[in-house]
Design a binder for this molecule. Structure first.
Ligand code: ZN
Ligand code: ZN
Length: 418
């Protein structure tokens, strides 16, 4: 085991040769943990489970933590795990949290890799297996070194993919039972080369909402429209009116997407008017007032069109994830940490994306930051590490595990400096 006894003493002063030596020492330890962590990640990858059924990941994480003597509790938010690591001088009363998500997706894997999913129709296609292994590796490092003052909480969150797992953990008393002042998270990013860190202040990822609409009316003979209702016409009028909500009613400087992704109606026959139609899709935006406005106006459009055609209707609008907005001060901490460890060239400014991430729920309650870490293989675009998230050919790149652990370790050791 390597010694880290002097890091805190030197860190208090100006950066010097000793700092570089100690960072090299830290890197060596983290790299050795990372080599082992690739094995954990592949085991997790073989055993993917979705939304509150992540019993394998929960038990795996708990087993590792137990093995290393890290206090933890399972069952937080049903299948979540929270671990607690105290620094050498925990009395500071300050705590920071690092979060990993543990759930997989309903996708049939097509990578053909030796560690491919053993669960039919389930796959770690968003790299949460890698996030879990990374935060586990961080725990291993912090427990061995404990070169910080205060407490670190490791949060292993279930149901990130559309299950509001963050909210469920908070509802289960996360903030009271394991209090923390700041929270940090990351997502692997196959769209950028390995080793690049991408972050921005303010809105970085959109709020994600799903909606579904059911229309019911009188079906009938297609040649006698006067005695039946036209569900197809009504459906297309709704779709058409939706297009105006973003383009004509929002401030052009606000951003939103409203996509109807399913429109199901009809029997297949050319001479039958259907008696029902269902539409569903997604809304993405950043600001809370835009979100409220779109939901309210969609409701008005749907009931207006339904009334016009004398149809019965239902409308369900589900808020799946809240926008990820990074407070500027905490982005500064993250940028400084990346720069210290990897140099200025490693950090980049991310454009806002319309993808969603449940981490936003934590950021609405505690300050912190969320960062993307490139994992793509620039030499080989066909590599599984370069495939898009949520695609059947994707695989987490284990090489980013130690990079993220170094970044998180730097954050822990500076935000909780001894
Ligand atoms: Zn995902
Ligand atoms: Zn994800």
């Amino acid at each position: 085991m390597l010694s880290f006894g002097y890091v805190g003493t030197f860190r208090a002063g100006l950066r010097c040769v000793c700092d570089d030596l100690l960072m090299a020492e830290r890197k060596a330890l983290i790299d050795s943990i990372g080599a082992e962590a690739a094995g954990w990640r592949r085991t997790l990858h073989q055993n993917p489970q979705t939304m509150y059924e992540e019993t394998f990941a929960c038990a795996f994480v708990a087993e590792k933590l137990k093995q290393w003597g890290i206090p933890h509790e399972t069952g937080v938010g049903k299948t979540g795990v929270v671990a607690t690591i105290d620094g050498r001088s925990p009395e500071s009363g300050r705590a920071i949290a690092f979060r990993a998500d543990i759930d997989a997706l309903d996708i049939q894997e097509e990578t053909g890799l030796p560690w491919a999913s053993q669960n039919k129709g389930k796959m770690h296609a968003c790299g949460h297996d890698g996030h879990t292994a990374t935060v586990l590796a961080l725990g291993r490092y912090l427990q061995q070194t404990r070169n910080f003052r205060g407490r670190v909480q490791l949060i292993f969150q279930p149901a990130e993919e559309g299950g509001r797992g963050a909210e469920r953990m908070v509802a289960d008393g996360l903030l009271e039972r394991y209090p923390f002042d700041e929270i940090y998270g990351f997502h692997n990013f196959p769209y950028r080369p390995i080793g690049e860190f991408w972050i921005r202040s303010g809105f970085m990822m959109a709020a994600t909402d799903f909606f579904s609409i059911q229309l019911h009316g009188r079906g009938g003979h297609a040649a006698i429209p006067q005695v039946c209702d036209d569900l197809i016409l009504a459906s297309t009028q709704i779709v058409s009116a939706f297009q105006g909500l973003v383009s004509r009613e929002l401030n052009p400087l606000s951003s939103a997407v409203l996509s109807v992704t399913n429109l199901l109606s009809g029997t297949g026959a050319s001479n039958v008017m259907p008696s029902s139609a269902s539409l569903s899709g997604t809304v993405r935006c950043f600001e809370a007032d835009v979100r409220n406005q779109l939901e309210a106006r969609m409701r008005t459009v749907i009931s207006g069109v339904a009334d016009m055609h004398c149809l019965k209707h239902t409308f369900a609008y589900n808020r799946i994830t809240d926008a990820v907005s990074n407070p500027a001060e905490f982005v500064d901490y993250s940028v400084a940490a990346v720069e210290r460890v990897f140099g200025k060239e490693a950090i980049h400014t991310q454009e806002p994306v319309m993808g969603g991430e449940d981490f936003g729920y934590f950021l609405e309650r505690r300050p912190g930051s969320f960062i993307f870490v490139g994992q793509g293989d620039a030499e080989d675009p066909s590599s599984p590490h370069s495939q898009g998230l949520h695609t059947p050919g994707y695989d987490f790149n284990d090489a980013i595990n130690p990079l993220v652990v170094e970044y998180f370790a730097e954050l822990a050791e500076t935000r909780l400096a001894r």
